[in-house]
Write a protein that binds this ligand. Sequence first.
Ligand code: HEM
Length: 242
Amino acid sequence: MATTLEKRTPPWPLGFYRSAIGKKWIMAITGLAIILFVLAHMVGNWKIFLPEVDGIPDIDVYAEALRQLLVPFAPEHVVLWLLRTGLIIAFLLHIHAAYALTLMNRRARPDEYQGPRNYLAANYASRTMRWSGTIFGAFLLFHLADLTWGIQPAAPETWERGEVYANFVATFSRAPVTIFYVVAMVLLGLHLYHGAWSMFQSLGINHPRFNAARKVFAVGLAVLVTVGNAIMPLAVLFGLVG
Ligand code: HEM
């Protein structure tokens, strides 16, 4: 009896997630959610280039508005925390699915019908995704310690909660930090390029007719995110902001 129960198929979402295609779908959907966050975060941060509002830096006004989202319909900080929770879940699922797929691929025997060239290309791409993803994860921890949590030595000595503009200028006035951010954004661009390309594959949108459009989308997204983010630390370092 116990053995029969153990062998029972798990409920739909779990059973689907156990398959390789289920994991690829989760990677694609969570990847899409993370990309949307990265784009919104980047556009929000561009406020660093805007003038002050009533003597307060525009980006500080914006950060406060994020904390006040939907107030008085919801208590302060609640909507922001819901968004943060969604983002954390997306990151955890994305990393778990990537790890589980790697294990599955390792266990699987090579497909006899695939030529050696395809096989090498697939391995090269997934290897690149693994290390660019891992280094980006390390960057993200540094980034949170630097600008959100104010933990030194990642954060500048003058870090103060809520002083987004001042913290921004202080951190990127340090050349090694700016260089680290720019390198991380290049890695993120590489990761997004391959991720955006394979996202369509995972979702079944892979007709050769769309390949040119997929390429334009993947390259465009990678360049936009890399350049759009890197200009901010560089603008501070070169004295254009601050
Ligand atoms: C050069 C690029 C970037 C700059 C200048 C930047 C800037 C900032 C700033 C100023 C904050 C603090 C906001 C506050 O205290 O209210 C922040 C928080 C954050 N950043 Fe970035 N960021 C960059 C890239 C990224 C990327 C690529 C990610 C990718 C996931 C990311 C994820 C986050 C997260 C998760 C937070 C915490 C948000 C929160 O808890 O409310 N950032 N960033």
